[in-house]
Design a protein around this ligand. Structure first.
Ligand code: OGA
Ligand code: NI
Length: 368
């Protein structure tokens, strides 16, 4: 057997970039999904259907079309769980630099990247492969670097210091996405009828919203830089298995290579990248907070045989120790509580104990 084919379990833990660079010609068994979970040939990268997500023009939010924008936002969160955000105000330069420096990190030799490899889910920085590499029976075709972003002062010394501009670019990017997230939360609260400062509101209502926003300002932020190298048999595997995101909102930056698919009306549909925009999705915590009005929707990632793909996901929620529960303002006799209270500790316990798909975490939070 040629050395390139003789892969061991340890090699799989070195990640798929390593496998790709070692010149494998076929996807190892470890990465082959059961037939029913493989990318269906009619939904592969080059196939149909493709769908345009609702597009939210953020610059219109503070103009005369505010009400329509809020309506579209609400429609998107209820029916798709996803939207594309354009004219969001984050400088192009910040976005480009983040993707560049992320790419440069993955270009570092394995010995350099390996320093951050750990199975401890609570470290401020974690390099890894697949989805949950300790438990996954089948591995997926992804390497990632996860960075805890808060409190910056404590976590920063743990972030990679190479490439030399990594920290600078990642700080700028995390700060900008955090600001954008807060603005989005403000709009989302308003779209849910939990209104923000308008003249028609009482002082008490304004104070309540200020308090919620304040909690989000102190909230958690996690960045995942995902790297999907070319894969010799993209029809046999996935870059990420179907999952929902656990936070409140995820701001996802994808490069120009397609790969993200969202479950819509029972089909997997490919989301075409809009350069410079964000794909924003409702996470489990927002589904719970909205008492089920806004949906945390399954999504997955396909890989391809020609191009690497990079994405940066910024996951935001309340502080790690906060309890996530349906907003009391949305609960009434007609709209009874549908979810159990939850927190990050419960989520971490859950993912430690299960493999690939974490959709059922949200299921465990539902009251029947
Ligand atoms: C994620 C995710 C999609 C992508 O990181 O949770 O869904 O396109 N990423 O990388
Ligand atoms: Ni996701």
């Amino acid at each position: 057997m040629s050395p390139a084919l003789a892969k061991s379990v340890e090699d799989y833990h070195k990640g798929v970039k390593y496998l790709h660079e070692s010149g494998i010609q076929r996807v190892p068994k470890k990465y082959i999904f059961p037939i029913s979970e493989r990318p269906n040939s009619s939904y592969t990268i080059n196939g149909k259907p493709k769908m345009s997500l609702p597009i939210i023009d953020f610059s219109q939010l503070h103009g005369p079309n505010r009400v329509q924008v809020l309506d579209s936002l609400s429609y998107a969160c209820e029916n798709y769980g996803f939207f594309q955000l354009v004219n969001h105000g984050i400088p192009e330069e910040v976005i480009r630099s983040m993707v560049d420096v992320g790419g440069k990190f993955f270009d570092l030799p394995l010995v350099e990247r390996e320093k951050y490899m750990t199975t401890d889910m609570t470290t401020p920085v974690r390099y890894g492969t697949s989805f949950n590499q300790t438990n996954d029976g089948v591995f997926c075709w992804r390497d990632f670097l996860k960075l805890v972003c808060e409190p910056l002062h404590d976590v920063l010394p743990h972030w990679p210091s190479s490439p030399s501009d990594f920290r600078e670019m990642a700080i700028a990017y995390s700060k900008e996405t955090k600001i954008l997230f807060i603005k989005l939360v403000e709009a989302i609260l308003e779209s849910l009828g939990i209104n923000v400062t308008t003249k028609n509101k009482t002082q008490q209502q304004n104070d309540d919203v200020e308090e919620i926003l304040k909690e989000f300002e102190d909230g958690s932020q996690l960045m995942a830089i995902n790297f999907y190298p070319p894969c010799p048999n993209p029809n046999l595997t996935l870059g990420m298995p179907p999952h929902s995101d656990y936070g409140f909102l995820t701001l996802l930056l994808q490069d120009e290579v397609e790969g993200l698919q969202v479950k819509f009306n029972g089909d997997w549909v490919t989301i075409q990248p809009i350069p410079g925009s964000f794909v924003v999705n409702v996470g489990d915590h927002l589904e719970i907070f909205s008492n089920g009005k806004y949906k945390s929707v399954l999504h997955r990632v396909l890989v391809n045989s020609l191009k690497s793909r990079i994405s940066v996901a910024s996951l935001h929620s309340l502080p790690f120790n906060s309890i996530i529960k349906p907003s009391p303002k949305l609960i009434s006799e007609k709209n009874p509580i549908l979810y159990r209270d939850t927190d990050f500790a419960a989520f971490l316990e859950y993912i430690k104990s299960c493999d690939s798909t974490n959709k059922s975490f949200l299921e465990t939070r539902k009251l029947t």
